[in-house]
Unconditional design. Sequence first.
Length: 64
Amino acid sequence: MANNPGPQGNHDPAGNTQMFRAFVDEAPQGRQQAAAQSGPRIGLIVGIVAAVVIVAAVAWLALK
């Protein structure tokens, strides 16, 4: 009996290091860098601003 890792015809590109590296290199570099630089920071800033506005509104209503 042969020791086959999977059914024939179902090729895993991650099974070969060279093919995996080629797959990773296919991704557009500009889009990845722009999303990584601006994505999480914008969400964090918006969240902090929203929290400050909510706390200020609650404090203003409580002291009114």
